[in-house]
Design a protein around this ligand. Structure first.
Ligand code: ACO
Length: 330
């Protein structure tokens, strides 16, 4: 029988993030690409994307090491330890290995043994997929303390001779600690996908019988992605607000996936939310796929912008095509 005194909600109690050591400005990237005969410019990148800088993993930095650092910082912020974690979900499309999951590698790194650990693969929508999954597992009683991480090293799957995509991405990780609570918490979630658009944004290659089969780098039809992204970001935002019985005016902050400033501005305008309430970290970090939303969240919390009891809407969208949103009270 359901115990009515048991916690009914999942609530975020700490955030963290991590970036590679190497920061690369547009000017540095333009110079590096010029050496390879690839022509681009700071002006083009800033005007078309809003990106000014990115961090790129090097040396020993991997998806798991960045994810573990972000996870540890979120645990510290939450006043929890690895021993408290009974669920660890990692959203990534750039796992360090085919298997085991990056979640298990991070579990080993953090010393958080024994609970469930698995990866979610929904590309740039990965973090909202992972957060919605953790929310469901906590509300159903399967877990009480979840560490949810978005971590990526997209630099490892970029074709550095393709100027249309290589200037857009960066590496990094973000994390939240989610606990069972009587108080909300996560108010509503919505997840969607439409595999008919699988080819507009993909890395189709795989390893078979010891060989790479198919194109091993990211491929994107930028204009098709743009059109679909702005449509679904608008509809999914309205969907989670409706589910929670709230309106756009009730929102304190919108954190869309940090893909492109024009997508962010378009989404904000269409929803009718003031641009000052849209969190933008894309200029500093570029597009870090599944890491972009928790990274932006953590930066905004640490800068004192997002504060306790405020309403925040997180949105993810990307390859699949997959998209989703999470509405929460922080
Ligand atoms: N530097 C200089 N010129 C470039 C570069 C570059 N890095 N990349 C492309 N160009 C050129 C093209 O060759 C083209 O030249 P041409 O007119 O002589 O043929 C010209 O710029 C315009 O190219 P378009 O692809 O039409 O450029 P567009 O204005 O569409 O901008 C962009 C490209 C930024 C990718 C845009 O389509 C977009 O914002 N798409 C959304 C997708 C996105 O943000 N993806 C991120 C990952 S997906 C996700 O996270 C959801």
């Amino acid at each position: 029988m359901h115990d009515i005194s048991s916690p009914r909600f999942a609530r975020i109690v700490g955030t963290g993030s991590a970036l590679p050591e190497r920061s690369v400005s547009n000017a540095e990237l333009v110079a590096e690409l010029a050496e390879r005969g690839i022509e681009t410019s700071d002006d083009w990148i800033v005007e078309r994307t809003g990106i000014r800088n990115r961090y790129l993993a090097s040396g020993d930095e991997t998806t798991a090491t960045l994810g573990a650092q972000a996870g540890q910082r979120a645990l510290d912020a939450a006043g929890r330890t690895a021993a408290d974690v009974d669920l660890l979900i990692v959203a990534t499309s750039t796992p360090d290995q085919i298997f085991p999951s990056t979640a298990c590698l991070i579990q080993r790194e953090l010393g958080a043994f024994g609970g469930a650990a698995f990866d979610v693969q929904a590309v740039c929508a990965g973090f909202v997929y992972a957060l919605a999954t953790a929310d469901s597992m906590i509300r159903s009683g399967l877990a009480r303390c979840a560490l949810v991480i978005g971590a990526e090293t997209f630099s490892t799957i970029l074709d550095w001779s393709d100027r249309t995509s290589c200037v857009l991405f960066g590496d990094g990780a973000g994390a939240v600690v989610l606990v069972a609570d009587q108080l909300p918490g996560i108010l509503s979630t919505a997840l969607h996908a439409d595999g008919r658009h699988a080819s507009i944004l993909c890395t189709p290659g795989s390893i078979r019988k010891g060989e790479i089969v198919g194109h091993p780098f990211l491929k994107m039809d930028g204009q098709a992605v743009f059109k679909l992204a702005v449509t679904v970001l608008d509809s999914v935002a309205r969907e989670v607000l409706d589910k929670a019985g709230m309106a756009v005016a009730d929102l304190d902050w919108l954190i869309p996936h940090q893909a492109n400033i024009r997508i962010l501005q378009f989404t904000g305008r269409r929803l009718g939310i003031d641009s000052g309430r849209v969190i933008v970290t894309l200029d500093r970090h570029a597009n870090t796929s599944a890491a972009s939303v928790p990274l932006a969240f953590d930066v905004a919390v640490r800068e004192g912008r997002i504060q306790s009891a405020q309403h925040v809407l997180l949105q993810g969208v990307g390859g699949g095509f997959a998209w989703g949103a999470v509405l929460l009270r922080f």
